[in-house]
Write a protein of this length. Structure first.
Length: 363
């Protein structure tokens, strides 16, 4: 009762003071609301292009669906279109992913479509994952012939509706398909990026981290050359943990094993799970998309068209490049030693042999 009496007395004797405090609070909240009402439209205006960005993933298989899922979860764009030739597959996977939005808290729209390229119109980035895996008894030439026709057709259809898009190629054989996409479309070389080096470098960091006992994210380690188990070149000499060369942490024999394991990393997974991997390839594709859409200028090893760099021309091979809003913007040329340069030349010869098959095809 005494507390109640004190409160009533305080209110009666200090009513003017309370009114002043109420007025100050009202002015403060009104000013805050006014500030928000001004800043939000300004913020939305300057972020309108980012909010309306669109990405298309062609091929709704395991890799394509994983790329789309990763992009949506990170909210890299306003809309992701998943396209596939098989009736209902893209629509079903898109619906399944959208049903995770309430659980995972993302707002990206995911649209599935069966071969309707009009749905892909005005895409900022297009990832091509479509193509067949190499089947038992299939020759290398047969695989190239089938997938070359698929990739060429996809690229041509995409450009009808998204003439300014940037392509990320994941279809295999990846270096040859990247080269084909460039030559068949005739678009600027910086707008076509092969994903393989990003994936191979991530696997290299994994095997190094296992040998060292550290986090893969703390390693700087790149794989250059072709995206194949006999053409890739893990650069053990240049790899570092922070600023410490891994050659100071691991002996030569261990480093040789790490390099060998990296080169057969894809085959190892295929043997274990019975099919090609999809989580790491999907994440590698997403990394490239993120660097383009957010103009991050991130250095990512990617298959790009060379014109004298690393001693090679008229070929797409994995080299470190700066990735930004216009695609790949600059090639970083490492100072290779004689052994590494020889390995790179041999890798180029092997990829060029595969590229030569393209001239025999009627596509």
């Amino acid at each position: 009762m005494q507390k109640l009496a004190w409160l009533l007395s305080f209110k009666e004797n200090n009513s003017f003071t309370l009114r002043i405090y109420n007025l100050k609070f009202l002015l403060l909240t009104t000013s805050y609301s006014l500030l928000i009402s001004i800043l939000v439209p300004i913020f939305n205006f300057f972020n309108l292009k980012y909010c309306k960005m669109k990405v298309t993933v062609v091929g709704a298989g395991a890799v394509g669906a994983t790329v789309a899922d990763n992009i949506a979860r990170k909210e890299l764009c306003h809309e992701v279109v998943l396209l596939d030739i098989k009736e209902g597959v893209a629509e079903g996977k898109a619906m399944d992913m959208m049903q995770t939005a309430a659980l995972l808290g993302f707002d990206t729209k995911i649209t599935g479509s069966t071969n309707d390229y009009t749905k892909t119109a005005n895409s900022d980035v297009v990832i091509i994952t479509s193509g067949l895996p190499r089947k038992p008894g299939m020759t290398r030439e047969e695989l190239i012939g089938v997938n070359a026709g698929i990739v060429k057709g996809v690229a041509e259809n995409i450009l009808k509706y998204s003439p300014n898009t940037i392509f990320i190629i994941i279809s295999n054989p990846m270096d040859t398909m990247t080269y084909l996409a460039l030559k068949s479309t005739g678009i600027a070389k910086n707008r076509i990026i092969g994903m393989g080096g990003a994936l191979d470098s991530s696997r290299f960091r994994y095997y190094l981290s296992q040998a060292i006992g550290c986090s893969p994210s703390q390693l700087n380690a790149d794989v250059i050359g072709g995206h194949g188990d006999t053409t890739m070149i893990p650069l053990t000499r240049l790899a570092t943990l922070g600023s410490t060369p891994v050659t100071d942490l691991l002996d030569a024999e261990t480093l040789q094993k790490v390099a060998a394991d990296t080169m057969v990393g894809g085959a190892t997974l295929t043997k274990l799970i019975g099919t090609s991997a999809w989580y790491a390839p999907g994440a590698a594709g997403m990394e490239l998309v993120e660097s383009v859409l957010r103009d991050e200028k991130r250095v990512v090893t990617s298959s790009v068209y060379l014109e004298g760099e690393y001693g090679q021309s008229d070929i797409c091979l994995g080299v470190p490049v700066v990735i930004g809003k216009t695609g790949w913007e600059k090639i970083i040329e490492y100072k290779l030693n004689a052994e590494e340069q020889l390995a790179f030349s041999k890798s180029a010869d092997a990829v060029r042999t595969m590229n030569d098959v393209l001239s025999t095809l009627s596509i």
